[in-house]
Design a protein around this ligand. Structure first.
Ligand code: C2E
Ligand code: MG
Ligand code: MG
Ligand code: MG
Length: 287
């Protein structure tokens, strides 16, 4: 298992090298062109309630297949898009695509909360809140059917402006979560000021569960912190049944990870969701 992963890491490594050799300007150009040519796709990773095993939501994750460079990981190009500013246009496309998919699922009668990632620069745009509201209206999606995943970097900027925007979004009914919780540079004080609904425990704290005592302690503390503040908590990067079991015992509310499924196409997601009315992940883990 470990060997297999090592080998596929090597393949990715070779591709990353190719990207590394491109200048930032070339990559920025390629990203903007990819947007025009509609080369970006969204894939959707199931989010599962630990208690019921039901899929209740999806995280939209961007995918980019370039003719020459092949598949490029968002971990590679999103940071560069953040630096160049291309993330504003890319993020806008992601929001529209995710909300449009949420609308399709809603019309099909599926109750699926759609989470998507929002970069700091995108959030800082003066019209960000109104563009969310407009897109929801355009696609006729209820605000509580979407969740914005913000990183701590969003929260450490202009506190007044951030608070105003988060309150406006929350007032709309949009759900807000903190992605990669525990890895940023912000203080915990934002948790009492900002209307955040959910903490997402970073994968780095989940990877070595259940063996690493420090990680067990950190995850336990994050779950308690979330609940004490009346927030929900989800664990990212759950790959094993042992991790899922421990998270369940620690009263974590939800999880996502390869144990259930990686991010998949919308059609594949529907199949996962529909097989057992969203119970597929529970069936799989209890067998
Ligand atoms: P993230 O938002 O924290 O997303 C979770 C990442 O972990 C995803 O990687 C997902 O495929 C991966 N993952 C999920 N479950 C597992 C697991 O069990 N094991 C392992 N090893 N990995 C797992 P991905 O899709 O490569 O995205 C990486 C990061 O790129 C995201 O981290 C997010 O920060 C950023 N990103 C992706 N799509 C977007 C987007 O549309 N907009 C913005 N602004 N950022 C995005
Ligand atoms: Mg995320
Ligand atoms: Mg994350
Ligand atoms: Mg992450």
């Amino acid at each position: 298992h470990v060997k297999e992963r090592g080998r596929s890491d090597f393949r990715f490594y070779q591709k990353k090298m190719n990207i590394g050799l491109l200048s930032r300007m070339k990559l920025d150009h390629a990203m903007r062109q990819a947007l025009e040519r509609q080369e970006f796709r969204l894939h959707y990773q199931p989010q599962i309630h630990l208690k019921t095993g039901r899929i209740f939501g999806a995280e939209a994750l961007i995918r980019w297949h370039d003719e020459e460079l092949g598949e490029i990981s968002p971990a590679q190009f999103i940071p560069i898009a953040e630096e160049s500013g291309a993330i504003v246009a890319i993020g806008h496309w992601v929001m529209r695509e995710a909300i449009s998919q949420a609308a399709q699922w809603r019309r099909a009668g599926h109750q699926i909360c759609m989470a998507f990632n929002v970069s700091a620069l995108q959030f800082q745009q003066a019209n960000f809140v109104s563009s969310v509201a407009q897109t929801l209206e355009e696609y006729d999606v209820a605000a509580d059917g979407i969740e914005l995943e913000l990183t701590e970097s969003v929260l450490i900027r202009d506190a007044e402006e951030t608070l105003r925007k988060l309150e406006a979004l929350s007032q709309l009914g949009v759900r807000l979560s903190i992605d990669d919780f525990g890895t940023g540079y912000s203080s915990l004080s934002y948790l009492k000021r900002f209307p955040i609904h959910k903490l997402k425990i970073d994968r780095s704290f989940v990877d070595d569960l259940p063996d690493d005592d420090s990680d067990v302690a950190i995850v336990t503390a994050i779950v308690h912190l979330a609940h004490a503040l009346q927030k929900q908590v989800i664990a990212e990067g759950v790959e094993t049944e042992q991790q899922r079991c421990l998270l369940d015992r620690l009263q974590c509310d939800e999880y996502q990870g390869f144990l259930c499924s990686p991010a998949v196409s919308a059609t594949e997601f529907e199949n996962l969701f529909l097989s057992g009315q969203g119970l597929s992940c529970q069936l799989r883990v209890s067998s």
